[in-house]
Design a protein around this ligand. Structure first.
Ligand SMILES: [Zn+2]
Length: 126
């Protein structure tokens, strides 16, 4: 388990606050299949997220999971899980507004469209 800041990414510190990168913990799990029928890339649990080894150095994936960390922190555990489930049942995975925000910010990071305030963008979408 390590902090996001220990990966020394170039773009993330220009869109997420330093304390979030220091406090968020990443677990890379080589052989975990949490859901056999879902392609596993990353899963966020509070201020932790699990990543498959194939994406452990992918800055865009880290940005995506950090958005979920901010959503989770802002809504609280019950609030996040309840909203995620409700939106998942209504919209499915990719069109879930919580996922759309995460993919939008992931895209900005991949496009090197930094600096921007990812926390403000995330909260504005809630
Ligand atoms: Zn996601």
């Amino acid at each position: 388990m390590r902090s996001v800041s220990s990966f020394a990414f170039r773009r993330l510190p220009r869109c997420f606050p330093r304390d979030l990168l220091d406090d968020t913990r990443v677990v890379v799990l080589p052989s975990v299949r949490l859901f056999a029928c879902v392609p596993y890339v990353g899963i966020t649990l509070g201020r932790f997220y699990l990543l498959a080894p194939s994406v452990a150095r992918d800055e865009g994936v880290h940005a995506h999971e950090l958005v979920h960390v901010v959503q989770w922190r802002t809504l609280g555990t019950v609030g996040f899980l309840w909203r995620y489930l409700r939106l998942f049942l209504r919209h499915g995975y990719a069109a879930n507004p919580l996922e759309r925000t995460a993919y939008r910010i992931e895209s900005l990071v991949r496009a090197d469209a930094v600096p921007f305030d990812a926390v403000d963008l995330t909260i504005a979408d809630l």
